[in-house]
Every structure is written in C-alpha cells, then in structure tokens.
Design a binder for this molecule. Structure first.
Ligand code: CP3
Length: 344
C-alpha cells in the first residue's frame, strides 16, 4: 500500500512539492484554548498525567491549523520522575527536580522496569489519540535524549551552560556514565511502550547537545541516540525516528548516518543552504524557522519561510520551527507560516 501520510512519506525519503508541517510546542501557552484546559487540569503535571485532557490539548492545534503531525502532550522530565526523582514546576521559572550528584543520590533511583507504573497514563493518552486524530495526521511520540535529561537531573533545574552536568562528567565520569545509561535504558522502554500504544514516529530531543564538544558529543549525544535508535528499530522494524541534536553545528554532518535516525531536526542557527548541502544529502531534515517570527510576524516571516522551503525543496523536508514556539507568539502568525508553506 502506498503511504498517504505526508510526514511518513518525507521520513521515507520522498521529496514533496509542498513539505508537510508541524510545530514544536504546538500545544502551548500561546493558545487560549490550551490555557483554558490547563486551568481545568489544575497545573502542568496534572495535565500531562490526565489522558483525556492531554489528548484534548494535543488535538487543539490540529483542529485550529490542520498540522500534518500531532505530538503527544507530555514532557521530557517525566522519565526522571518515573525513575524516582522529585519533579515540580515553579510558575514563571520552570522545572525543579531533586538532584543526582553523588552515588547515594544515584542509588535512590528506581529500576527501569518500574517506570511504567508512573508513565502508564501517557500510554493511555497515545491510545486515545490513535482513535481521535484525523486519518491524515501522523502521531509523534517523544522523549528527551539522555544527556539533556541528565543535565536537568544533575542540576535540579534548567541551566544556561549545563555547568553542573559538565562538572559531574569531569569529577566522577563513572557515576555520570551510569546515570546516562540508566536514562538510556528507561528511554528505550518508555518509547517502546509509546510505539506499542500507537505512536507512529519517535522524536528524541537533545536540546543541550550543543554544549558537548568534540569526543564528548560523540560519546554522550551521538552514541545514546544510536543505542536508542537501534533498540527501537530492532523491536519495531520500520519505526521512523527524528533526532534533534540542537545547536550541534558542524556535528549535524553525518549525524543521521552515525545514529541510524531517519531525519535530523535542525535548529535555526544553521543556514538552510548549508544544511541542504551537508545534512539533507543523507536524507530527510526538519526545520528550521526561528521561533521569534511567530512573535514578530510581517513580511520577514513570509520571506524567511519561503527561503527555507526553497533551500530544502530538492530533498525530503518537514517544515518546522528551529525550537519551540514561545508563549508570547501570535496565533495568527502561525496561520501565516502555514499558508506560506502551502501556497506551493
Ligand atoms: O511540543 C509539544 O507541543 C509537545 C509537548 C512538549 C512539552 N515539552 C510540553 C511543555 C515537549 C515535546 C516538550 C519537550 C521538552 N520539555 C524539552 C525539549 C524541547 C525543548 O524545548 O528544548 C525540554 C527541555 C523540556 C523541559 C521543560 N518543560 C522546560 C524547561 C519547561 C519550562 C519552560 C516553559 O516553556 O515553561 C517545561 C514546561 C512545558 N513543557 C510546557 C509545555 C507546554 C509549559 C508548561 C505550562 O503550561 O506552563
């Protein structure tokens, strides 16, 4: 049977006249309907663990805009929580977690087999979505990459330069690597369960890959992505995987070949023409409009959107932002971006 879903066709390597489109953080605070459902849930984590409401917010941007893909509503920090870390969100500041900086902290984490106890509502959200989504919409499941998740577990919060994680790597590499391995194994189980529940594509978010340099990048971004990809493809032959080593720069070159991912998501610090020549040569790419255009709009939004579509028009491409849309974005600018991509 010929594949009809445009996202799956791009991931299979097909060049399309109009690239399919979805948007990182498409279910989020820039949408009034999201804020209303979040208020109904009480708080962000209660929303993540409520399958009916998480399904509802996943569907909101599909209803409003008709994106080609829906991304499961959840968070990368649910995996540390399922491993036993305390997790809470401070309004206006972001996530907070109990920290892992010593062997004693590490020993308090639970075994990988136990994660499903916490994460089963997420699988239920996926099952609800498989029934609720329009037939042409692809369902993307996701997790954070081990390095990015570790940076939050070690620091207990988001950090500008990932200093605490780099310090643990320098000070106790055995403990650092044991933590990365635990996260890697948990991530494989978590993503595998999402696929069993109906996720059609998996995306691995390595938001802080850019702070790993040289062989550190190969060991701690590339290698875990390779392990997760190999394990998922062995268990679920043909499952397409998108890797997002954000701000990898030159290290985007060869990332797909080295890890086995089907698509590399690009942040907006790389020039589309450069990425077409050096990254898209190996297969599908995703990206990479700067998310500030969703705030600022106007002719620059249209011009930049057209330039990205044109630069990637000779190979498989999924249009997206270079990072998540921000809460101050104007929903009308999202429509303008979609209209520009689809004007043909
Ligand atoms: O993209 C989507 O629409 C799917 C859902 C999704 C969320 N987070 C929902 C969310 C996805 C894929 C993520 C990934 C995520 N979460 C990443 C990787 C991608 C990236 O942005 O770099 C990271 C680093 C996190 C951790 C996280 N979650 C942070 C740092 C924050 C606070 C910052 C913020 O935007 O408030 C969150 C909260 C979060 N995750 C929100 C949403 C919609 C906002 C929570 C709210 O409603 O108040």
């Amino acid at each position: 049977m010929t594949e009809s879903k445009t996202i799956l066709r791009a991931l299979a390597g097909e060049t399309q006249a109009v690239p399919p489109i979805w948007m990182m953080r498409q279910a989020g605070r820039y949408l009034p309907e999201y804020k209303a459902t979040r208020a109904q849930a009480g708080d962000f984590l209660s929303l993540c663990y409520n399958p009916e409401l998480a399904c509802e917010v996943t569907l909101q941007p599909i209803r409003r805009y008709g994106f080609d893909a829906a991304i499961l509503f959840a968070d990368i920090l649910l995996v540390p929580q399922a491993l036993g870390a305390d997790l809470w969100f401070v309004t206006g500041e972001g996530p907070r977690l109990s920290t892992v900086t010593t062997q004693a902290d590490f020993d308090k984490l639970g075994p990988v087999e136990d994660i499903h106890e916490t994460l089963s509502p997420i699988y239920q959200t996926v099952r609800l979505l498989t029934k609720a989504l329009p037939r042409e919409t692809t369902l993307i499941g996701f997790a954070g990459a081990p390095w990015t998740v570790a940076t939050y577990m070690i620091a207990g919060k988001g950090t500008k330069d990932q200093g605490p994680a780099h310090a643990l790597k320098a000070g106790d590499v055995a403990l650092f690597e044991a933590l990365l391995e635990r996260i890697t194994l948990a991530t494989i189980e978590y993503l595998s369960a999402q696929i069993d529940a109906g996720a059609e594509v998996i995306k691995i978010f390595d938001s802080w890959a850019g702070s790993l340099k040289g062989t550190d990048f190969d060991r701690y971004s590339l290698e875990p992505a390779r392990q997760i990809t190999a394990a998922l493809k062995a268990r679920h032959p043909g499952i397409p995987i998108i890797g997002f080593p954000r701000e990898a720069g030159e290290k985007y070159i060869g990332f797909a070949k080295a890890t086995g991912v089907d698509c590399v998501a690009l942040d907006n610090s790389v020039a589309p023409d450069w990425a077409a020549a050096h990254v898209q040569v190996d297969g599908c790419v995703q990206g990479n409009l700067a998310s500030h255009h969703m705030v600022t709009g106007g002719q620059p939004l249209v011009d930049e959107t057209r330039a990205i579509v044109k630069a990637f028009s000779k190979g498989p491409h999924i249009f997206n932002l270079g990072h998540g849309i921000t809460p101050d974005a104007d929903p009308d600018n999202v429509q303008r971006m979609i209209d520009t991509v689809r004007e043909g």
